[in-house]
Ligand binder design. Structure first.
Ligand code: B3K
Ligand code: ZN
Length: 887
């Protein structure tokens, strides 16, 4: 496979002003007529070569091409793989192309495909070329007119981007709809839906007095699950108006839910297509986390209308221009919807957790890449936590450096300069620098250098001079293709705590900085001297996680306990607890590996007890503070990863807390009930989260009473959050020897859960995922589940719920010493790749960090990787991932 480099970018030889598409939709044979109005792009040189029109097409049967009315023969153009080139130098060109595609056999879910008998499209990144020949690149922006024709009974609803111009009947039971999108867009934002669906709709007043028609389309029978998506959409529209002065630019905005979808959702202009997982919800079937996910993803896709659609990417290397920025916007939206400072902090803690759980490992592994990658084989492999979540952190750092107002000015300038253009990350940075009057040239390294920077802190207190020196030394490890790194421009927010836990006033170079100072670390080694410091302080460094870095500082337990009890910055307060826990977990993992007995100290357990019972703190925050670092995060701290030892250590801590805090946990469980009707507001979600964490701890060291409590909650739960939490507690206690019939209780609950919800696909996914992630589930059990009538590899949600969950979220089962988990992985990647390369390639990444494991496991992992890599027929997607893992 061929590697594409950012440095090779050249402007398109022709631009497209208008596209007219005609679809005769038939699952077995869809005919697409495409009429393009092209204009020579004189800004693009040809390097002396003859000018050509370049079109891409995949899996298409070419029927006819006409150039300015003249039919072209096979000698008038050349086809080389996906590229079709027509020599041409005319200023203005009308190109007509007729092709045939077969949606019903398209299992890749890219391009035009069929799901449950209905037609849907997915074009980002390069799916449009599976629909018709086209200059399928994001810097070619055109207006689209789309005529859809299909059988009226089978496909009563015909949707595309923009406005509905006309609809009517045709002979032979067919009908048509004509859609027109007035805004120029790249082909990746094209969409159509032809389906039997129903919708919830309403008209919504916009800030400027217009009214927009909002619709949420779902399959019949799901109209009782669309309310929350509709509410989220209205909140998103309002928020974008109020916080950024950005309006909905269309008269109609549609969301369509589809059961077969490769990712979360897609921001097609005016016609967002969503995975059902991010639309369908009611309290019976959806958890609090599902509700939160819906709000975030509905917001995310809606916000793309400006950050992505009106201003788009020049090329796919700039992907984070729209994704990092839009994730930042959806994060701010979710935080603003909660409103309280403590609620905001909880959303921020979640973001930090995601970074550590997924992005830091990616940045330290074989697929590490800069936020703006320099090369790729398959662009679909670069929709990563680095481009999305680290990209969002990079955007957040502009706001930290420029302040909220300065950042807003930068956004305004960005839109003023670039509306309806396809631009680069440099253009965004220039808007921020110009609006803020700042030199942000060093900041560029956040886009060009991969790897997680390490900031090592040292402090010195001079009692006589009353000065406190904070020395920060930054470095960044080598990553594939990047041996040496230059210093980053890092905002480091710092506070100092006195012995009583209160913030000390900060003075730097005689300037009064309040109680939190944003230091700008730009050198490799830099010191900051605070004056007027009357006592030896405890430093609170990297408040609010002001930069995506690893902070190293030799905190004592006493300092961490002080921060955990008092830091006015809730993120660092949480962080202190994580540090206390991580130190113990790493030591216990060593003890477990060496066969030593395990023991947990009182300092830690007392800190956890105090946090648990502190009623002055929001339940949502307490839940975060009591949650231990995950097994993946622990693994990321170890040079040689021993999954079983990590699991034993973490289980031991959970069980020990469960046993030693039993009465407090039980009391807090009772105190955290949410009586009355279910509501997914932040306060109720926090109470349920804390209650269910108490239940999980109680069942980590189960006695009969704990299991009885879980069974009662399972039986009486009035919502899916409580139901599934109780099921999880029972399933995870399955192997307990302290309780009679633990396994029978788990199996009974699983059976009843399935019986009740077998008609709800998204709940059946939870049922599979719950079992796949349980440490008692081994490969044999997964294989048995694969023979369940409800299992299929063809549906991405279902395949992920069982196979990807086992390989990615069940370290004990997956890393079985005999290598059986890896053999299963290889088999599954190969089987999935034949159906859906994008889903297969995600699964392939479960093996990313194989070199970090003990030699005995490594040997099995390497064999499995080689088995996949050795296949003659692999997608580019999977080949790139396993190739880089083995390189
Ligand atoms: N932009 C899409 C992702 C497309 C993924 C293509 N493999 C969803 C989003 O980020 O909003
Ligand atoms: Zn996005």
């Amino acid at each position: 496979p061929q590697t594409i480099y950012r440095k090779d970018y050249t402007a398109p030889s022709y631009l497209v002003d208008a596209v007219e598409l005609g679809f005769d939709l038939d699952p077995a044979r869809t005919v697409v007529a495409n009429r393009l109005t092209l204009r020579r792009n004189d800004a693009a040189g040809t390097g002396g070569a003859r000018r050509e029109i370049e079109l891409y097409g995949e899996e298409l049967q070419l029927v006819a091409i006409r150039l300015n009315g003249k039919a072209l023969g096979a000698r008038d153009y050349a086809i080389d793989g996906a590229l079709l080139r027509i020599p041409c130098d005319a200023q203005d060109v009308v190109l007509e192309i007729e092709t045939i595609c077969v949606p019903e056999t398209n299992t890749t879910l890219s391009g035009l495909y069929v799901s449950n008998g209905n037609f849907y499209t997915q074009c980002e990144a390069e799916g449009f070329r599976r629909i018709t020949y086209f200059p399928d690149r994001p810097d070619v922006m055109a207006t689209y007119t789309v005529m859809l024709r299909a059988d009226k009974r089978q496909f009563p609803v015909l949707l595309s981007n923009g406005n509905l111009i006309e609809e009517g009947d045709l002979p032979d039971g067919r009908h048509y709809a004509l859609w027109e999108d007035p805004f120029k867009k790249p082909s990746y934002l094209f969409a159509l839906v032809a389906a039997s669906l129903v919708c919830q709709e309403e008209t919504f007043p916009l800030q400027d007095g217009r009214r927009a028609l909002l619709q949420v389309w779902v399959e019949e029978g799901n109209l009782d699950k669309t309310d929350y998506a509709m509410q989220s959409l209205k909140r998103s529209i309002r928020w974008d108006e109020e916080r950024w002065n950005l309006e909905l630019d269309l008269d109609r905005f549609m969301i369509v839910a589809v059961g077969d979808f490769n990712m979360g959702a897609m921001e097609n202009k005016g016609l967002n297509i969503f995975n059902t997982k991010y639309v369908l919800a009611n309290p019976r079937v959806a958890t609090d986390v599902d509700f939160q996910g819906i709000e975030a993803v509905v917001g995310h896709e809606y916000f793309h209308n400006w950050t992505g659609n009106r201003v788009t990417c020049r090329d796919w290397f700039q992907l984070s221009l729209k994704e990092g920025l839009t994730v930042f916007r959806d994060q701010e939206f979710s935080a603003d919807m909660i409103g309280t400072a403590s609620g905001r902090a909880v959303t921020r803690i979640d973001q930090v957790r995601t970074l550590r759980q997924a992005q830091f490992p990616e940045d330290a592994g074989p697929m590490a890449h800069p936020v703006r990658p320099d090369s790729f084989v398959e662009i679909n492999n670069f929709y990563t936590v680095t481009v999305y979540e680290k990209g969002a952190e990079v955007v957040r750092m502009y706001q930290t450096l420029l302040g909220r107002d300065g950042f807003r000015k930068g956004m305004d300038l960005y839109f003023a300069r670039h509306d309806e253009q396809a631009v680069t990350c440099d253009d965004f940075r220039a808007a921020m620098a110009d609006a803020g009057g700042r030199d942000l040239s060093q900041f560029e390294r956040w886009y060009s250098q991969a790897g997680t920077p390490v900031v090592q802190a040292e402090t010195h207190y001079d009692a006589e001079r009353q000065t406190y020196t904070l020395r920060l030394v930054q470095s960044c490890p080598a990553t594939p293709g990047q041996a040496g790194k230059l210093p980053f421009h890092i905002p480091v927010a710092v506070g100092l705590l006195g012995a009583d836990g209160r913030d000390l006033p900060l003075t730097l170079d005689g300037v009064d900085l309040g109680t939190t100072a944003v230091l700008e670390l730009v050198e490799a080694d830099q010191s900051f001297v605070f004056g007027g410091v009357r006592e030896q302080p405890t430093p609170s460094i990297l408040r609010d996680f002001s930069a995506p870095v690893i902070l190293k500082y030799g905190y004592s337990d006493a300092e961490l306990v002080l921060l955990f009890s008092h830091d006015s910055d809730p993120v660092n307060r949480w962080e202190a607890g994580q540090r206390l826990a991580m130190g113990r977990l790493l030591k216990l993992a060593e003890d477990a590996a060496a066969g030593r007995s395990l023991d947990l100290d009182d300092v830690f357990v007392d800190a956890m007890r105090k946090m648990l019972v502190d009623a002055s703190l929001d339940p949502a925050f307490r839940e975060q503070a009591l949650l231990l670092p995950s097994e993946t995060m622990i693994a990321d701290q170890m040079d040689v990863v021993d999954p079983m030892a990590i699991h034993m250590a973490r289980q031991f801590v959970r069980a020990d807390i469960g046993a030693r805090l039993r009465s407090e946990l039980r009391a807090q469980y009772d105190a955290s009930q949410t009586p009355g009707e279910y509501s997914p507001d932040a306060e109720s979600i926090g109470r349920r989260a804390l209650k269910n964490l108490c239940l999980a701890y109680l069942c980590a060291a189960p006695d009969e009473a704990a299991i009885a409590l879980a069974r009662r909650q399972f039986d009486e739960a009035g919502n899916m959050t409580d139901r599934v939490a109780a099921l999880g507690a029972l399933v995870h206690a399955r192997a307990s020897s302290a309780v009679a019939d633990a396994a029978a209780h788990a199996d009974d609950a699983l059976r009843r859960f399935y019986d009740e919800f077998q008609g709800e696909a998204l709940v059946v996914d939870k049922w599979f995922a719950m079992q796949a992630s349980a440490p008692t589930t081994d490969v044999a059990a997964v294989r048995a589940l694969m023979t369940h009538p409800a299992f299929t590899l063809r549906n991405p949600n279902r395949a992920r719920s069982l196979v990807s969950t086992f390989c990615g979220a069940n370290p004990v089962g997956f890393h079985a010493p005999d290598g059986s988990g890896y053999a299963f992985w290889a088999e599954s990647v190969i089987a999935l790749d034949a159906l859906n390369p994008q889903v297969a390639s995600r699964l392939a990444r479960a093996m990313d960090r194989w070199r970090r494991y003990a030699p005995a496991l490594q040997k099995h992992m390497k064999k499995a990787l080689q088995q996949v890599a050795g296949r003659a027929t692999l997608s580019n997607d999977v080949r790139e991932v396993v190739g880089k893992a083995l390189a």
